[in-house]
Design a protein around this ligand. Structure first.
Ligand code: G
Ligand code: G
Ligand code: MN
Ligand code: NA
Length: 255
């Protein structure tokens, strides 16, 4: 209840923030980023985002919050590209929650935000979790296809943590597969994780999907993933999620 009030306060007073976690290629170039919500309350404290998202989902507040995130992310991406400071940036990933994805007019909302912000849609990546796709009775595939007709790209987030089969993956119109950090953790000396990662990467290659490895924390993990064919990394090894100003500094001068 307290969280719900804080979320309403942040919405009404426009206090939400987006942080940006760099996604880096094997040359250290920042090729992308994931935007992550930050939720302050009126005391200036920040709450745990996963809890806030849970409350937002159950109360329905995720719809206006998600719309704010989408618009803010697209506005900023457009501004960075126009100003010439984001030349290496190929995409910005935006998390889409289940209720958002399932809302009836989600496709037209995305279309409207693209038109209103003037952002290049092919640089916008919508991250949808595996569980969103499983839990929906609706035709997720047709929603995804309609989104792709707008020119945006789609990533599947947290893949492998749900219970869908690999064959289900082959039926989805995806562009990017994010390898969950639970599989990346210690992948260089954990045979089970290595096996999962190799299977996912082989399949992504077959399907023509780009891969982003999440949660990379060590050089050994990165070297292993690189050897297996991953070219894009996100994790604390490179950077935590950064405030916008810190992210722009990182873009100019990566680690
Ligand atoms: O940034 P952090 O590690 O605290 O994020 C925690 C969780 O909250 C992650 O699983 C992330 O996907 C989710 N999350 C962060 N920002 C957003 C957002 O803008 N929308 C949705 N739906 N989920 C988000
Ligand atoms: O669920 P999603 O994939 O959107 O999760 C993104 C979350 O993962 C963010 O909360 C971010 O802070 C967290 N994260 C990003 N990189 C790392 C990492 O290297 N290690 C750990 N433990 N968490 C990370
Ligand atoms: Mn994500
Ligand atoms: Na993930």
């Amino acid at each position: 209840l307290e969280i719900e009030q804080d979320l309403r306060w942040a919405l009404d007073t426009n206090k939400f923030q987006l942080h940006y976690q760099p996604q880096v290629d094997f040359n250290g170039r920042v090729v992308g980023a994931e935007c992550l919500l930050r939720c302050p309350n009126s005391m200036g404290e920040f709450r745990r985002v996963d809890l806030c998202i849970d409350v937002a989902e159950t109360t329905g507040l995720i719809l206006p919050i998600g719309e704010w995130v989408l618009r803010e992310a697209c506005l900023n991406l457009k501004a960075w590209i126009d100003s010439g400071i984001a030349t290496s940036l190929q995409h910005l990933c935006i998390n889409i929650s289940p209720k958002q994805f399932l809302q009836r007019d989600f496709v037209s909302l995305v279309q409207r935000v693209i038109l209103e912000t003037g952002v290049d849609p092919c640089k916008v990546v919508l991250e949808i979790t595996e569980s969103t796709l499983i839990d929906t009775n609706l035709d997720a595939i047709s929603t995804m296809s309609a989104l792709k007709e707008l020119g945006v790209r789609i990533a599947i987030d947290d893949f492998g943590t749900g219970y869908s089969s690999l064959s289900y993956l082959t039926r989805l119109p995806l562009d990017i597969l994010k390898i969950d950090r639970s599989f990346v953790l210690g992948v260089n000396n954990n045979q089970k994780n290595a096996a999962v990662v190799e299977a996912l990467m082989a399949m992504a290659r077959q399907l023509g999907l780009d891969i982003v490895s999440e949660g990379v924390e060590t050089k050994d993990e990165i070297n292993f993933l690189l050897e297996k064919g991953c070219e894009c990394f996100q994790g604390f090894y490179y950077s935590k999620p950064l405030s916008m100003d810190a992210f722009l500094d990182y873009l100019r001068d990566p680690l």
